[in-house]
Design a protein around this ligand. Structure first.
Ligand code: MG
Length: 254
C-alpha cells in the first residue's frame, strides 16, 4: 500500500486537532447532570444521640455568643446571620460566612439543623455546606426522605463522593459533622504532590473514609487541582435556605 505525503499530513492534522479538542473539553463546562449520580442509594440508618462539647485545645469558631471569628464571604463585612438562643441561622441571600483565620490540616466539628418547616425538594431543601479551604465542600442538605443525586446528598463530598450511609436526622433535629481534613500539597511549580483527603463522621458514623479528593468542588466541571495557599478560610455556604448551626470548633493538625 502506498501512503502519500498528503495523506500522512491529513492524518497528522486529524490527530493533532483531536488532541486539541480533547484538552479543551477537559476544562469546559458540562451540563450539571453529567456529574450527578443516583445509584446505588446509600442505606438509611438511625444514628445515636450525641451531645458534644469542645475539647480544651479547640479553637472556638461559634459558641452561641457572636460571629467575631467570621466575616461575610462576599464583602468582608460583619455577617448578618441571625443568632437566637445560642443558635446561628442563615439569613438567606446575604451571602456565606468565612473564618477570619486560615486553616489547613484540621479536625472540624459543627452541628447543623435543617428547618422544621419543609420547603422545596432535592437540592432546594435545607441546602448549605461547609467549604473547607474555600474549595472543598462537604454538603449540608436535608436528606431525610428527600431524594437527590447521591453525590450531592448530606455528607457527600459534593459531586465527588456519596456518603457510605444516610445518617441524616429528621428536619428540626440536630446533626453533627466531625471532619478530618488533610490539605493538598503542591510543589513550587504548582504541581500536585498529594491530593486533599477527607474523613467525615455524620452523627458519629463514618460516612467518608479518608477519601482522596479529585480537586476542588465543581458544579459543572471535572475537578482539577490548581495550587493554592497552605491555609485558607473555612466557608459556610448560603444556598438560600435558613439552615441553623451551633457549636463550631476546630483543632489544627500539624
Ligand atoms: Mg451546598
Amino acid at each position: 500500500m502506498k501512503i502519500s505525503i498528503k495523506s500522512i499530513l491529513i492524518i497528522s492534522i486529524c490527530v493533532l486537532s483531536s488532541i486539541t479538542v480533547f484538552s479543551q473539553e477537559k476544562n469546559a463546562d458540562l451540563p450539571p447532570e453529567a456529574t450527578e449520580f443516583y445509584e446505588p442509594v446509600p442505606p438509611k440508618i438511625e444514628a445515636g444521640e450525641s451531645i458534644t462539647t469542645p475539647p480544651s485545645d479547640a479553637k472556638i469558631l461559634f459558641d452561641g455568643s457572636d460571629l467575631s471569628a467570621w466575616i461575610n464571604e462576599r464583602n468582608g463585612a460583619q455577617p448578618t446571620w441571625t443568632i437566637e438562643g445560642n443558635i446561628l441561622t442563615i439569613n438567606p441571600g446575604t451571602g456565606g460566612i468565612k473564618t477570619k483565620e486560615n486553616f489547613g490540616d484540621m479536625q472540624l466539628h459543627l452541628e447543623w439543623r435543617a428547618p422544621i418547616e419543609i420547603k422545596g425538594e432535592g437540592q432546594g431543601r435545607g441546602n448549605s455546606g461547609v467549604i473547607i479551604m474555600e474549595n472543598y465542600e462537604v454538603q449540608i442538605l436535608d436528606s431525610y426522605e428527600n431524594e437527590t443525586y447521591t453525590n450531592g446528598q448530606a455528607a457527600s463530598i459534593y459531586k465527588q463522593s456519596p456518603p457510605l450511609v444516610n445518617a441524616t436526622k429528621a428536619p428540626g433535629k440536630w446533626n453533627t459533622y466531625d471532619i478530618i481534613f488533610t490539605a493538598p500539597k503542591f510543589n513550587e511549580d504548582g504541581m500536585l504532590l498529594k491530593p486533599a483527603k477527607l474523613t467525615v463522621l455524620h452523627n458519629g458514623v463514618v460516612v467518608q473514609n479518608n477519601f482522596e479528593l479529585r480537586g476542588p468542588t465543581e458544579y459543572t466541571r471535572i475537578p482539577n487541582y490548581s495550587k493554592h495557599a497552605e491555609k485558607l478560610p473555612i466557608h459556610i455556604q448560603d444556598h438560600g435556605n435558613p439552615v441553623s448551626f451551633r457549636n463550631i470548633w476546630v483543632r489544627e493538625l500539624e
